[in-house]
Ligand binder design. Structure first.
Ligand code: ADP
Ligand code: MG
Length: 295
């Protein structure tokens, strides 16, 4: 098969592993840099051009690994590949949903999947009441399109929360307000879903003095056994967002597991390191099965 990895940086661990895993399984792998693509948007013959003038031949499958800073352009290029009817390991609509934490939370709730109590408001006039509604301080405040923990803030008091929320708002940043799950003590679960299965899971532990468990913020990944319920929730979360491959972040609360978010381009390094599993290979295998099924 001809498989494209649509991404930005060929030297990233995840992208290198996917290229490698595809080649090992006998496929023609090509790294396509999002920035080098431009599009001829025409009925019946939509084309993707590559810097220098090459017109890309149709791929059997495309693996999108779009970084948040390039989501607008990346999704546009991905839609172009979709028009050419290549198999998408995650389509643009599902990726768009996952990029928006508010939309993800609403989708999860529509399927009765538990999340931490969450509020969203437009006017600063409603900030105080919103904080109260999610249970009062401390609260977690999140930029809707943040990733790698960067847009996530813990406010210890209602006053601090109000200042942070209104500061974000004055910069036109949209934030949601969330109940702080203190008992998780800086740990969460990253459940890696491929198709309709959790193929690997790790517990992430935040760095000293940090409540966010993201690997990018110094969190570490550890082997963990997840419960059948956590497994079921992860698969249901992937399904409602519409992603075939994703990383579901779950926090263990006194009230049971709660989903924090669903990541459309989950990193492979932490989870392959913690579990010793060949996740890249499993992703390629999934493509093989799906493309064969389509034919
Ligand atoms: N409501 C919460 N209570 C406690 N910790 C949280 C909560 N929400 C997020 N966290 C911590 O912050 C991290 C980042 O939050 P997340 O919603 O996954 O955003 P990001 O997209 O930036 O990873 C989580 O992995 C978790 O460790
Ligand atoms: Mg996360």
């Amino acid at each position: 098969m001809r498989i494209a990895i649509l991404a930005t940086n060929p030297d990233l661990y995840s992208n290198k592993r996917l290229m490698e895993a595809g080649k090992e399984r006998g496929h023609e792998m090509r790294f396509i840099s999002i920035r080098n693509c431009y599009m001829d948007i025409t009925a019946r013959k939509p084309e993707i051009h590559y810097r220098g003038g090459e017109i890309l031949k149709k791929f059997d499958a495309v693996i999108p690994r779009i970084r948040p800073s390039l989501s607008f352009y990346g999704n546009a290029v991905l839609r172009q590949f979709e028009m050419q009817k290549s198999y998408m390991l995650n389509g643009p609509i599902a990726i768009g949903r996952a990029q928006d934490k508010l939309r993800t939370m609403q989708l999860l709730c529509s399927k009765d999947i538990d999340i931490p109590r969450t509020g969203f408001a437009n006017s600063p006039l409603d900030t105080k009441d919103m904080i109260k509604t999610v249970g009062g301080a401390p609260v977690v405040i999140k930029l809707l399109e943040g990733t790698q923990g960067k847009g996530v803030v813990l406010a210890e008091t209602a006053k601090a929360a109000e200042s942070v929320i209104n500061a974000f708002k004055s910069l036109k940043g949209n934030v949601l307000i969330q109940e702080f799950i203190e008992e998780s003590a800086g740990t969460d679960l990253r459940c890696f879903v491929v198709g309709d299965k959790v193929v690997a899971a790790m517990e992430r532990r935040a760095a000293e003095g940090e409540f966010r468990a993201n690997i990018h913020l110094g969190g570490t990944g550890h082997k963990v056994k997840i419960t059948p319920q956590e497994r079921k929730i992860s698969v249901a979360a992937a399904k409602v967002v519409g992603l075939k491959v994703c990383g579901v972040d779950i926090i263990r609360s006194n009230d049971g597991p709660k989903v924090l978010e669903v990541n459309a381009s989950p990193g492979l390094e932490g989870v392959e390191g913690a579990t010793g599993k060949d996740i890249a290979g499993l992703m390629i295998e999934h493509i093989e099965k799906q493309v064969t099924k389509r034919k």
